[in-house]
Design a protein around this ligand. Sequence first.
Ligand code: PHE
Ligand code: ZN
Length: 849
Amino acid sequence: MRDAAPTTVHLKDYTPFGFTIDSVELTFRLAPSATRVISRIAFRPNPETGDRRFFLHGEGLTLVRATIDGDEVTPEIVDGGLTCPVPDAPFTWESEVEIDPAANTALEGLYLSNGMYCTQCEAEGFRKITYYPDRPDVMATFTVRIESDLPVLLSNGNPGDRGETWAEWHDPWPKPAYLFALVAGDLVAHADRFTTCSGREVALNLWVRPGDEDKCAFGMEALKTSMTWDEQVYGREYDLDVFNIVAVDDFNMGAMENKGLNIFNSSAVLASPETSTDANFERIEAIIAHEYFHNWTGNRITCRDWFQLCLKEGLTVFRDAQFTADMRSAPVKRITDVIDLRARQFPEDNGPLAHPVRPESFQEINNFYTATVYEKGAEVIGMLKRLVGDEAYAEALELYFARHDGQACTIEDWLKVFEDVTGRDLGQFKRWYSQAGTPRLTVRDYWTDGTYTLSFTQVTPPSAASPDPQPQVIPVDVGLLGPNGDEVRPTETLEMTGATQSFRFEGLAARPVPSILRGFSAPVILDRDSSDSERAFLLAHDTDPFNRWEAGRMLAAETLIAMAAGDAAPGSDYLDGMLAVLRDDTLDPAYRALMLALPGQSELAGTMADRGITPDPDAIWSAAEALRLALAQKAQDVLPRLAEDMRVDAPYRADADQAGKRALAGAVLGLVTRLDGGIAAAAQYAAADNMTLQLSALGCLLNAGKGKAELAAFRDQWGHDRLVMDKWFGLQVMQAAPADAADAARQLTEDADFNWKNPNRFRAVLGALAGNHGGFHHAGGAGYALLADWLVRLDPVNPQTTARMCSAFQTWRRYDADRQALIRAQLDRIAARPSLSRDTSEMVTRILS
Ligand code: PHE
Ligand code: ZN
C-alpha cells in the first residue's frame, strides 16, 4: 500500500540515524512461499545525534514476533516500516518475519530464479527481507545462518560452520544492508585460487547451474586479472578468504557487488566462444572488473546516502574503463565509451529526465541508476585527473582510502582529499556534480602575425533540475597541426573557467589546424564552424586517435544530415576518407572498424533537433542505407582483400587482437552484403564455428531481407540456450526495416519462448525495438503502442525494469507534431493505469513534464 501523493526525498533533509549497530545475526529458514527470517540486532544510541526515533524499514513482511532485550513488544506498523519505543541505552532487537520468495517477481529482496534462492538488495531491497534501518550509512557486521536442504548455501564474508541442512557465514567487514546477499541452490562451482600481494590465499568460485560449467573459464580469468590490476594500479588488496560469484538468469541489472558474494546476471558472466560474441566477452571482462573494484570503491568506502551514488559508481566505472584501456586498446575503449555517452547520457542530460551527477531529490532511487550518475560520473573523475595530473590523482586516491576506509561518505569528502593533496579550490569544479545539462562549447579561431587564438564560449542549457547554470571548469585538450599535417604543438590542457575565454599560441609559422577536445577531455558538445575539408585533413593527419576518429564521424554526420534533409548525394570527403582508412593497414583493425561505423540514427536525430531541423526517422534511415551502399560501391575493390586479411585462422581467443580483426571483418561483410545480396554472409554463416562470426553473418542476412533458413537453423541449434536465444529474439528486431520492426517484435512476443517475466528476454525484444530508431519511430506509432502495451503489462510484475524502459520515450519532443501526439497518448495511457508503480509513475511524470 502506498500514499496517493508520491513522496520526494531531498538531499538537504539528510539526518543521521539515531542508533548504531554493533552486530547483526540473521537466520533464514528457506521455503519457497513461506521463508522465515529471524533477526537479532544489537543497537546502541548514536552519539552523533539526539534523535531517538526508532524506525525500521520493512515492506511486504509479515511480522510474527518482536522482542527488545527478550521482552515481547508490539511495534506500530506504519507506511514503509515500523516504529517502537526503545530504551535510551544499548538494547537487542529481535524479530521474526515471514516472506514469500516464490511470489517475488520484482527481483528485489529474496526471490526464486529457476529454483534457486537469491537476493538483490541495492538500493532498498533489504527492507523486503526483514525490518532494518535500510540506509547505507548504517554499517554493521553480519553473521548469517541459512537453513535449507539445498546443496549450496552462500552468504557474505567467510564460511563458518556447516551441517547437513544448514550453513553459517560471518562477514567481518562492517557493511550497509544493501551489500547483503544470500544464495541457495543446486549449483556447481568453477573453482580457482588467488594469492594476494601480501600472501593471503583466496578461494575463488564461480557458481553456476549444472550445464553451464563450460562457460566459466573466461570470467574466472577476468576476475584474477582484475584482482592483480587493482593491486598494481591502485594498491588495493582483497580482504576475505573467499570470493564468490553466482550467475542467475533473472536479474534486473548487469551485476551486483555484494561483499564477497557478487551476483551476476548470467549474461554478464557466462561465456564460451560458441555461444558468446567478442562484444559479450569484452563486456563480461569489464563487468567482472567493475564489481570486483567495488570491493574498495563502494564496499570498504560506501555512500552516506543514495544521493551520493556517483561516489561509488562514477569512480568504479572510471576504474573499470582504465582497466579495459590497459587490457585492450586505450583509444578504442575511449571511442566506444564516448559513443555510449552520446547515445545514452546526452539525451538524458538534455531532455526531461535531466539531473545532476549528484541528484538533489528523487521519488524512487531505482530510477537514478542512470547514464548520468554512472557514465557522466566517470567523465567527471577523468576531468579531475586531467586537471590535477596523474601523480596528484594517485596521491589523492591513497589519501581517500586511508582517510575513509570503513566509512559512508559524500562527494564533499571525495573532493576534499583532492583539495588537501593539491591545495586547489575545487568549489567551481563541484558544479559538475550539482548542475544538470551538457555544456555547449563554441569555438572561434583567429590568426594574426604568427599568433593563433582560440576563443571559447560555454553555455549550459537551463533545465528544471538546474534553471540557472553557471560556468564550469572545462579541461580542453588541444593540439595544433601545420599545413603539411605535422603536429606543431603537442597536446596541452587548456583550463577554461569563465563563460568566455581565449587562449593564445605564439610563434607559429603558418595558420594551424586545431585539434580541439582531444581524447574527449570533457563531456561537452563542441560547436565549431569547420569545413568538410578541415575534417578530412584531421581524419588524414591528426595524431590524436580520438579526434581522428571524431573527424570521420563528423564527416559522416554532416553528409547523413544533408542526405536526410534533402536529396544530397553522399559526401565525397567522407567516402574518400573512409577509403583511405580501409586501405591503411598501419591502423589497428578494431579502430578501423569503429571508423567505418555510422553515427547512431537517434544521435543524428538529436543533432538535427539541436539545429532546429525536425528529424524524420524514415529519411535518416534511408540516408544511412544509401551511404552504406555508396561506401560499399566506392570500396568495392579493396573489400575482398581486406576480408581475406582479417580472417583469423588460429583457434578462437577473445582477446583484443582477434576481436579487432573480426570486428573489421564484420564491418566489411556488412558492406559486401550490400553488393552481393548475401552470398558471402550465407557462406560465413555455414562455416562459422564461433558466435561472433555466426551472428554477424545472420545479422547481415536479415538486414538484406534474407536468412529465413538460417534463422530456423539457428533456433534448432540453440533453442536450449537462454542467452543465445536472447540474441535470436533481439537480432530479428534490430535488423528489421522501419516498416517491419513493430510487427516483427509483436510476432516475437507471441512466441512460446517469449518468457516476458525474464528481464533479459523482455529487453531482447522490446529493448531492441526501442533501439531500432527507424522502426520504433515509424509513422503510425505501432512501435510506441507495442512498447506501451508491454510496459503496462510488466509494471505490476517488475516495476524496476518497466521504469528503466520508459526512457525510450524521453526524446519525444524532438519529433514532429504527429509523432509527439502518438507518444503522448501512450505516455498518458501508462500514467492513467490504476496502481501504477512508484518507479514507473515517476518516470512517466518526468518525461511528460
Ligand atoms: N551496483 C550495481 C553496479 O553498478 C548495479 C545495481 C544496482 C545492480 C541496483 C542491482 C541493483 O555494479
Ligand atoms: Zn557499480
